[in-house]
Design a protein around this ligand. Sequence first.
Ligand code: FAD
Ligand code: DLZ
Ligand code: SF4
Length: 508
Amino acid sequence: MSRLVLVLGDQLSPEIAALKVADKDRDIVVMAEVTDETGYVPHHPKKIALVLAAMRKFAARLRDDGWQVRYSELDDSENAGSIVGELLRRSEETGASEVLATEPGEWRLITALQEAPIPVSLLEDDRFLASHKAFESWAEGRKSLRMEYFYREMRRKTGYLMDGDKPEGGQWNYDKENRKPPPGEVGFGGPMAFTPDATVEAVLDLVEARFSDNFGSLRPFTLATDRGQARRALAHFIKHALPKFGDYQDAMLNDDRFLYHALISPYLNIGLLDLREVCAAAEEAYRAGDAPLNAVEGFIRQVIGWREFVRGVYFLEGPDYPRNNKLNQQRKLPWLYWGGETRMTCLAKTVEQTREEAYAHHIQRLMVTGNFALLAGIDPAEVHEWYLAVYADAYEWVEAPNVVGMSQFADGGLFASKPYVSSGAYIDRMSDYCGSCAYDVKTKLGEGACPFNLLYWHFLDRQRDRLEGNGRMGNMYRTWDRIDAGKRAQILEEAEAFLERMSAGEVV
Ligand code: FAD
Ligand code: DLZ
Ligand code: SF4
């Protein structure tokens, strides 16, 4: 009896677990574009187009490789609208009575498959280095989860940048050589751009017709949509940007959206690239003398450290993790996140770039949009939904820990030792945004004061009961307490007034 082999839109690898155990001669691959998946958040049109185009091309590749594939397009009249619905329809059609699936990257879909009225065997997704079991045993008994220690285990396990049992160069982490302020000029010129072929054009027309109300520009669409293109994009990054990746990892520029970043997360996350080939290519550049150790170590740490670590946290913590709100922040996400006008250049630029590219780099996500939401007291559930919708690389397993945990501290500090908050000074140091802003980053209160400066103290003051006991926050509270009482009251009053105006829909 044949089985159905489910391949989801972010599992587009011939090495995916379900395909590895399936039998090409008798099993039937099911792939389905469905409204449940295109609509659980208002995804950026570029993200929908990327997933659907890559799915169609991957299905064609599987057919070429001899697989039987039942593929449902979004507009098919029989389309049941959900993954489980499509499995049931294909089961009736083919007589197959069981399903082989690779575990989805989201609890919502795992539960749906577990509760489906057809037997589903869920196989662990072995595209990652750390299995659920391995992460659980690493985490067991630890008072706090710190990425750095987990990362060292991943280095030992993979052998990347190892010199015997010692880290290459003698240190595990070269971050102190990274994080330089923005360069005057960037030589990278951005990621490799691909002209849409006929398959991509057909998807673009579909997405335009169905999702033009979603936040985000669909065209120009230049993302890679198959493995060959994704590999070329990777090679382009390794050659032209990796050497400076470390130096300018945290920098932000008005006129350069990508600096020396890789832009490979959308491809890694849907299966067009494998983390092992990505890390091997980076290490090879180092061994060949084409990229320095600080850059290559920093890059590999993101991929085998942070990426694996946040996934471990997501699955360790369970389905309720994204609903954490330990700081009890309740304000609604302001309209400026959806492109509403704002006078704050840093936010305007980050949101504009997000709308046009479905991309912002780590520091823009953490220290601009994330920092502002945290300082302004936005409900983390709304922040989570926004991030899940607007970035081409957003899947809950990676997005939720980064947003709810790292950026919004809504899990109470499960793995971040303190909230990532800063006044405008940090943004000024790491970007050229402040020079063209209506606010003055050097002004702490009164006319033209940078809102980050006001909200920083407002946040610390209103969260005092929860955060003062954190050893790493002591200095901040001591500085706040040294400010003259009258001035403190004025800062809080001005911050309140700003938040009121923002929530009332005024342009701030
Ligand atoms: P580079 O800066 O060039 O880094 C190389 C690779 O390292 C990335 O492609 C990515 O695969 C990996 N990486 C780096 N940092 C992280 C991290 N913190 N967690 C996981 N992987 C990491 N990443 C996502 O893939 N999806 C998300 O939805 C997502 N949401 C985020 C939300 C917030 C608030 C923050 C602070 C970070 C988020 N990240 C997310 C992590 C990171 O911002 C992106 O992976 C990165 O910006 C992708 O761009 P890049 O390929 O140019 O990365
Ligand atoms: C993100 C996405 C979108 C937009 N559309 C589909 C789809 O139509 N069919 C599909 O199989 N997968 C899609 N995906 C990816 C899924 O949402 C993803 O598999 C889950 O969120 C689990 O990570
Ligand atoms: Fe952002 Fe403040 Fe700088 Fe304006 S002055 S760009 S609001 S940090």
